[in-house]
Design a protein around this ligand. Structure first.
Ligand code: C2O
Length: 554
């Protein structure tokens, strides 16, 4: 089946929490519309850019097997779509991929201003494991929120001697809404009457699958529903062994599905209404923000009807509701940003983890660099978007159509550097394009050392990786091979804690150039990104549409 979505980007003013600001939105909606497909479908997304800036669209977590040129990364897999033009994304969803994903602009920090939406892949394979466990399905988007346009924060954030000055969020949102006390910003335009929380009408004695996606820019979020323990069944598109939690901590770009049953009678609930909470983990903020203490909440109200459907729909934000339910008290606000570890989460089906053939060490850190900018580095390199996307350079050189066309391009030539087994990370490209080249099928281990005092949610495009091990301090190489689990978690975004490390393993079988980066938008802008060029022997056989080439000719 082919499914077609048209996404029209435009600028508008809006007031998600009552506070008026400029937004960049899709189809006039904030957040963007749900894309819903089945495994194996062809997905066509027409992006019509009526905005004032260029754009791209990235489908977060999708494998893009054989279609790397549809991965939507500015400077890596494509030239951006200029304002006033359009581009068609057209690719096949892998048969083996399902669960909860999202899509977002991969042009600068643009998604922070509203260019994102949820993407859900249904499949019989997933249904077999957990389909019987729930009645209704509901997307829940959680995020930190800023009252200014994202690029407005960059000059200060990237200025010299400003380490650890990520902008502090002004609020948080659940499905694009939350309360804000307008009297705190009396000089600005803020509509108190429009400052509403999301209301979910849920039917009593039913089980709801909440697909929770952190679409934010920076903050890790503790998600919970008062009085309702829930069962975790999915993380980043991997079905996991069901286990019970009160709260789950979700880093930027991660997704978790939890099942909650509307069978509670709590004395502190007014009219069968309960708070859903998205508590921003303030541990990592440079300054406290009292506004956030009123909490990021939505209401779940038991009713005779439901807003949710067996297959998904977004509910609209609604009337002002209030209740008095209490948060689970098992949260420690001073706990540093951490994922659920391999002992509390594992794939539903035990997966065969192949042995690694290659090992790369990546050291990520922040420095005051050239031009006194506060930049982020991976192995001494800090990413800056290339005018000619690295995939374009590689493809042009390797494809029969473009053979030799750009052979004097030193960037393209160095992309062909090969790496032997068990070498440490090598340096290819230039200081802004750090590319590790893996020419043929391989099983790659990454030791990611975080030499910074903040935690980082790292995301690998085009793959999922096993989180083989993680910890704090220096990695002890003598422990290599002594894995803590024989069924490690498989996901696409992992938090590497401050002064910590993680070992990530992936099967490098997907031809193309794949971004590997911290998903905090501020850190992306500071250059915390590199690339894996995998199955390069087959990059020349990729077959991008001429429209893709024309974007770079423009
Ligand atoms: Cu959500 Cu580089 O991606």
């Amino acid at each position: 089946t082919t499914r077609v979505y048209n996404l029209t980007i435009s600028e508008t003013t809006g007031w998600p929490d009552g506070y008026n600001r400029t937004l960049t939105v899709i189809n006039g909606q904030f957040p963007g519309p749900l894309i819903e497909v089945n495994a194996g479908d062809r997905l066509i997304v027409n992006v019509i850019n009526n905005g004032v800036n260029a754009t791209t669209m990235h489908f977060h977590g999708l494998f893009q097997n054989g279609s790397n040129y549809m991965d939507g990364v500015t400077g890596i897999t494509q030239c951006p779509i200029p304002a006033g033009s359009s581009f068609q994304y057209n690719f096949t969803i892998s048969d083996s991929q399902y669960g909860t994903y999202w899509y977002h602009s991969h042009y600068g920090t643009q998604y922070s201003d509203g260019v994102y939406g949820p993407l859900v892949i249904h499949s019989a394979d997933e249904d077999e494991m957990i389909g019987d466990m729930y009645d209704y399905d509901q997307v829940v988007l959680i995020q930190d929120w800023y009252h200014g346009v994202s690029f407005g924060y960059l000059p200060e954030y990237l200025a010299s001697n400003n380490e650890n000055t990520e902008p502090t969020p002004d609020n948080g949102l659940i499905n694009g809404a939350n309360f804000f006390n307008c009297s705190l910003k009396p000089d600005d335009t803020c509509y108190q009457a429009e400052s509403k929380r999301e209301l979910f009408n849920f039917e009593r004695d039913k089980t709801y699958r909440l697909r929770v996606i952190n679409v934010g820019s920076f903050a890790e979020i503790d998600f919970s529903v008062d009085s309702h323990p829930f069962t975790l069944v999915e993380a980043d598109g991997t079905t996991v062994k069901p286990s019970t939690f009160h709260k789950v901590r979700i880093a930027v770009a991660q997704r978790y599905s939890v099942l909650m049953t509307t069978n509670v009678t709590a004395s502190d609930s007014q009219n069968d209404t309960y708070w859903m909470r998205a508590e921003l983990n303030k541990f990592c903020f440079k300054e406290s923000n009292p506004v956030l203490d009123v909490g990021v909440k939505a209401a779940i109200k038991y009713t005779n009807t439901t807003d949710s459907v067996a297959r998904l729909t977004m509910v609209s934000k609604s009337s002002r509701v209030s209740t008095t339910t209490n948060s689970w008290d098992d949260r420690d606000a001073n706990v540093r940003c951490l994922d659920l570890d391999n002992n509390s989460i594992e794939p539903f089906e035990k997966l065969e983890v192949p042995n690694a053939t290659h090992f790369f060490r990546l050291d990520s850190s922040f420095f005051i660099g050239a031009y006194q900018l506060d930049l982020a580095y991976i192995n001494g390199t800090s990413w800056v978007s290339a005018d000619t996307p690295t995939l374009y350079s590689a493809w042009e050189q390797l494809s029969p159509a473009g053979l030799g066309a750009n052979s004097s391009d030193s960037n393209a030539t160095s992309l062909l550097n090969t790496v032997g087994p068990l070498e440490l990370g090598v340096y290819a490209g230039n200081k802004n394009q750090y590319v590790i080249n893996v020419p043929d099928y391989a099983v790659v281990d990454i030791l990611l050392n975080n030499l910074d005092d903040g935690s980082h949610p790292f995301h690998l495009h085009g793959y999922k990786f096993w989180v083989m091990d993680s910890g704090r301090g220096n990695y002890k190489y003598t422990n290599y091979g002594n894995w803590t689990s024989d069924n490690p978690m498989l996901r696409d975004t992992v938090t590497v804690q401050s002064y910590g490390w993680a070992i990530l393993r992936f099967v490098a079988d997907n031809p193309g150039l794949w971004a590997f980066h911290c998903h905090i938008t501020w850190h992306l802008e500071a250059g915390l990104m590199m690339q894996f060029q995998t199955m390069s022997s087959q990059i020349g056989t990729l077959n991008p549409p001429s429209e893709w080439q024309q974007l770079c000719a423009a």
